[in-house]
Design a protein around this ligand. Sequence first.
Ligand SMILES: [Ca+2]
Length: 143
Amino acid sequence: LPLTYGFINLYVFSLSTVPLCPTGWSEYGNRCFLFQSTETDWATAESYCRQHHTDLASVRSMSENEQMKGLVQSAGEIQAWIGLYRNSWMWVDGSNSSFRHWRASEPNGSEENCATAVHADAGQWEDWPCSWKMPFFCNAGKP
Ligand SMILES: [Ca+2]
């Protein structure tokens, strides 16, 4: 019995002390998000995420969107690129999540092919020119 207790204690200890996400990342629902306040265009943001982490972040639920909104607002920022691109608006990380949170009348730009989440208000998404510069999110976790 003491051994069993010892095993359980060790197991619980391990679960509670081994972080899922790298230092500095935020964890939501077994996924890791990194908010980068450096303002850059969408392609540079994607390149950065792919070199250093995984990819520009997909957003798969209102809960995730709200968590990300909190990070953006805490940093005093307004919005951030997400990993949604007008190739039929697919997630660049390969996620097949159908969650979308477009602002009314968005997406609306024939020259606006990249998605940003505007977290200054309701956290809704808009399509913007990909060359515009703003902070961005990388993420890691389940594809
Ligand atoms: Ca637009």
